[in-house]
Design a protein around this ligand. Structure first.
Ligand SMILES: Nc1ncnc2c1ncn2[C@@H]1O[C@H](COP(=O)(O)OP(=O)(O)O)[C@@H](O)[C@H]1O
Ligand SMILES: [Mg+2]
Length: 396
């Protein structure tokens, strides 16, 4: 395998530091270089970024989304396309892919790297290094960076099942609250473990009760964090009546979310534990768990139309998604401790002139106020980005 994560033109001053120790407010933070090796259509390529707004412009198939996908791997999970790690390897390449990046975080240069690897049993996994130090847990990435994306498939956000909307909200919660990632991972781990025990008919009451205890504690914390984010998002939207984006009302909708509105956390944990115990027999037959944070849904109403999002037209649904993204950018303005990378894939081309101009204006205002955000946008023509000057435009 090629030398792993050799930073490009970088001298490391803090080689043994792998937890963020500094506040980033009022300091410049940027992703400065990105090197892709055997990644999708790139055998070896380095990109340099020097602006808070970067537009990647080029014909279809040139490799714009692949760059955003590579950036998205500096967050936990499988990235923006959520595909298998081996699928990201350049076809016919002899060695696995490596993505390395140099960030300037609060003025300090820090190299990050991630690469495809295989465990001794042959399952694929991702190696991660931050500041030259291997990182065991992907959720560590969230302590350093927030990465949020809007991609064309997300326009179906309001047409599909609840899990895609939960993921949309969870990614935003993670950006503001890094411990959410670990809590979600733990929650899913215990859900799987309980299902396995029940399916195998293992009636170990103590074991099951301790899993259900964890599920109820983490489940309540997850639900509260989601509801809080959704409330903040609703409050952060613009009061500007000239905005061409729709105003929305959003709230988490599910049994636990209902309880969260009028009961104490301890009370809800007790109730979930009780219900999980009662539903063991049924859950053994159906798989999964009948109650929990994994069953919550995000309910959004288009206020101008007084219409639940599911009944809105696809165009209206797309605008609701953008309105929520804009609200999130505004919300980030008050969370400046970590750099947020916002990846907008092919979003601009789908906006008409009025919406595009408004979005650019909002972005510029928030950046001018000192928000710790770097935005990457893709498009097929330069004209799409004329109004966002000054920005760095990279023609591919
Ligand atoms: N694993 C891979 N190996 C080689 N090429 C790939 C791989 N995965 C995708 N590609 C190619 O990458 C090219 C660029 O894709 P993409 O980044 O989606 O383009 P766009 O600029 O339209 O966003 C496509 O032609 C696609 O076939
Ligand atoms: Mg694309």
């Amino acid at each position: 395998m090629q030398e792993f994560f050799r930073p490009v033109g970088f001298s490391c001053k803090l080689c043994f530091m792998h937890t963020p120790l500094f506040s980033l407010s009022n300091q410049s933070s940027l992703l400065q270089t990105l090197t892709l090796v055997n990644f999708r259509n790139y055998s070896h390529r380095t990109f340099e970024f020097h602006d808070s707004i970067v537009a990647l412009v080029g014909d279809n198939g040139v490799g714009k989304t692949n760059i955003l996908e590579a950036i998205s791997l500096f967050s936990s999970g499988r990235g923006l396309k959520s595909t298998k790690l081996s699928e990201m390897k350049m076809l016919h390449a002899l060695e696995g892919w490596v993505v390395s990046a140099n960030f300037s975080l609060g003025g300090t240069p820090i190299p990050f790297g991630t690469a495809l690897d295989y465990s001794p049993s042959g399952t694929e996994r991702r190696l991660i290094r931050i500041n030259q130090v291997p990182v065991k847990n992907q959720s560590t990435l969230t302590e350093w960076l927030n990465i949020v994306w809007v991609t064309p498939p997300m326009a179906r956000l309001f047409q599909e099942g609840g899990s895609i909307r939960r993921k949309f909200i969870d990614r935003m919660v993670m950006a503001l609250n890094p411990s959410h990632t670990e809590r979600l991972n733990r929650y899913e781990h215990y859900l799987r473990e309980r299902s396995q025990l029940l399916r195998q008919g293992i009636q170990d009451d103590q074991w099951l009760a301790s899993i259900e205890q964890r599920l109820s504690e983490d489940g309540v914390a997850i639900s509260i964090a989601r509801s809080q984010l959704v409330r903040q998002l609703t409050e952060a939207q613009s009061n500007d009546f000239d905005s061409p984006f729709p105003r929305f009302f959003a709230q988490m909708d599910g049994e636990i979310d209902q309880w969260c509105r009028d009961r104490t956390a301890l009370d809800i944990e007790d109730k979930i534990r009780h219900e999980l115990r009662q539903s063991r027999h049924q859950d053994a037959l159906t798989g999964g768990a009948t109650i929990g944070a994994h069953r919550s849904n995000l309910a959004v109403t288009h206020l101008g139309k007084h219409m639940p999002s599911v009944l809105c037209s696809t165009g209206e649904q797309k605008m609701l998604l953008h309105a929520m993204t804009l609200a999130f950018i505004r919300l980030l303005d008050s969370y400046r401790d970590r750099l947020t990378l916002l990846l907008l894939d092919d979003v601009i081309a789908h906006l008409d002139y009025e919406h595009r101009a408004y979005l650019f204006q909002e972005i510029r205002t928030i950046l001018a106020q000192g928000a710790n955000i770097q935005i990457f946008m893709t498009g097929t023509s330069m004209e799409e980005f004329l109004d966002i000057q000054p920005a760095q435009i990279i023609q591919l």
